[in-house]
Design a protein around this ligand. Sequence first.
Ligand SMILES: NC(=O)c1ccc[n+]([C@@H]2O[C@H](COP(=O)([O-])OP(=O)(O)OC[C@H]3O[C@@H](n4cnc5c(N)ncnc54)[C@H](OP(=O)(O)O)[C@@H]3O)[C@@H](O)[C@H]2O)c1
Length: 327
Amino acid sequence: MFRAILLNQKEGKTEASVQTLTADRLPAGDVTVAIDYSTLNYKDGMAITGLRPVVRTWPMVPGIDFAGTVEQSADPRYPVGSKVVLTGWGVGESYWGGLSQKAAVNGNFLVRLPEGLSTRDAMAVGTGGFTAMLCVLALERNGVTPDSGEILVTGANGGVGSFATFLLAKRGYTVAASTGRPTEADRLRALGASEIIDRKTLSEPGKPLHGERWAGAVDSLGSHTLANVCASTKYGGTVAACGLAQGMDFPSTVAPYILRGVTLAGVDSVHCPLSARIEVWRQLSATLGGSELLTAVKEISLEQAIPVAKELLEGKVLGRVVVNVNK
Ligand SMILES: NC(=O)c1ccc[n+]([C@@H]2O[C@H](COP(=O)([O-])OP(=O)(O)OC[C@H]3O[C@@H](n4cnc5c(N)ncnc54)[C@H](OP(=O)(O)O)[C@@H]3O)[C@@H](O)[C@H]2O)c1
């Protein structure tokens, strides 16, 4: 038997409840994992509330990431007892996910937990922190260095934004953090931001080009914010775009790209290849091991995850939330 959040559809509406299931309900998979922790991401909020159609088959166990211990395995890379982490690959959307005490998955979806990170640490990072590191590496791959100038992080009090702010500051960058929650400015400064920017200055329709300001940016909002960020990026700079918390639209012009050589680097955490994942987790472990960002997360139970998912979409959750599935 194991407990899990189960999503069902009734008359076009999503219903979420915690249920106790027998082991034979687990879908086929070559590795079975006893999950310690999952987390709540924006996408989990959309799945649990039914706000956007991210769930592909019903019933569904949500949770796009988890960390735990291998319990049964037909994959020699992950013997019984290995500590593993999973993010993305459509888990929690097309395949049963991590808001559960057990998961059966394709071994190709897993990464061995690096030395220095516990399963709780891995979910304090979660898909948000993993994506933030992908964004940082995208900037650096395109030649952005701490000497290039200021880096802007939008949605800075969110999961991706908090980690991006922290990781960039740790790597020596000067970080400007944009937020709609100025009351949390001290938190952002503690993460390493040198300057706090009111998100309203970026979120309204703007001009094709603004004054050149940012050497690079990590954007998790999309819409007018991303357009304005690109329009104010310096010659040759790079903007890593990973999210749509403001909107899926992108009302930009070609001006920043053809007149200033700005690079818009798309970042996807769901299908990125295993080699990139191993490198991202290695770098996260090296940068974050023992950091307060990992210990100061909010820990909740499976039952609490259902109401907290709604609060997350309402922008009321600060930083990362880990779900202790055995609480
Ligand atoms: N590409 C990928 O692989 C990938 C991976 C992870 C996440 N994402 C996407 O990245 C985005 C952020 O994810 P997350 O987990 O960090 O979510 P989150 O924790 O909910 O953070 C989102 C942040 O965006 C800001 N925000 C929310 N609604 C807004 C609005 N209407 N207008 C302007 N700002 C708004 C808020 O920041 P402030 O309070 O600071 O204003 C909020 O904390 C989501 O769209 C998610 O789907 C993509």
